[in-house]
Design a protein around this ligand. Structure first.
Ligand SMILES: [Fe+2]
Ligand SMILES: [Fe+2]
Length: 248
């Protein structure tokens, strides 16, 4: 399946932009997402240079790249925005990212600093011409010190970047979590090492548990829906990670 519609209502669609079906993409498996609202696009974590052509082909079936007006980067990593220079050429989009990272992202070969919209530490939002809104939810230190998640109010979908990441053997990542208890083993390594301390998880949970989350869509691994959403919140709230597990 190249593209999956995760939510659809009048003039508002949330797409998952598919996996590598060629087997040729290198590096950690990554998901990309697209919201199309009233014909206008918001691209979420477009990915590294090596996935650019696949993401462009997949989204072109649903939107003219010239109609992508916004790109969201949850943080600065190359698997999130390494393709940015190509998206600058293909779209007129503004890039929403933590203001901490703009001067570093210029090293991805982009030259127009005026297209960046720095998100302050407290978060922000984006309102489509239709009036529908997405929020940029602070998720600092999960794992990056300047890090945001994205909540789409219309669909109840929470994009969580690296939180909820699962690393399966190449080519074996299921699109949706079907057996949460089995899935945990593929999440433990990443969360235990990349999150600095459980304290930041608790701060994040206090925020996101107030939201009407119907689905959690991470940048790596599988999508959580139905009862696996609550199970994920329970699981991550109880993990030991980072400083709690290392002898420094
Ligand atoms: Fe990352
Ligand atoms: Fe990532």
């Amino acid at each position: 399946m190249a593209v999956e519609v995760l939510h659809e209502e009048k003039d508002h669609t949330f797409f998952w932009l598919g996996k590598d079906e060629s087997g040729l993409e290198e590096g950690v498996q990554a998901n990309q997402y697209l919201i199309v609202d009233g014909g206008q696009g918001l691209l979420i974590d477009p990915g590294g240079f090596g996935v650019f052509s696949r993401v462009l082909v997949n989204l072109s079936h649903h939107i003219d790249p010239q109609s992508i007006r916004d790109i969201f980067l949850c943080h600065q990593d190359p698997d999130v925005g390494g393709s940015l220079a190509s998206w600058f050429e293909m779209t007129p989009a503004c890039v929403h990212v933590s203001e901490l990272w703009i001067r570093f992202l210029l090293h991805y070969g982009v030259n127009d600093v005026h297209r960046f919209r720095g998100i302050p530490d407290g978060g922000g939002s984006l309102t489509f011409p239709s009036g529908r809104k997405v929020d940029f939810i602070p998720a600092h230190f999960l794992h990056s010190p300047g890090n945001f998640h994205l909540f789409d109010h219309s669909s109840g979908i929470l994009f969580t970047g690296d939180i909820g990441a699962a690393v399966y053997p190449k080519g074996q990542t299921p699109t949706f979590v079907t057996n949460f208890e089995e899935h945990v083993r593929y999440m433990e390594g990443f969360h235990g090492r990349y999150i600095p301390t459980n304290q930041v998880i608790q701060a994040w949970l206090a925020r996101v548990r107030k939201l009407p989350v119907r689905m959690i869509v991470p940048q790596h691994g599988s999508i959580f829906r139905e009862e696996s959403v609550g199970k994920f919140f329970e699981w991550i709230g109880g993990i030991r990670c980072g400083l709690e597990t290392m002898n420094l």
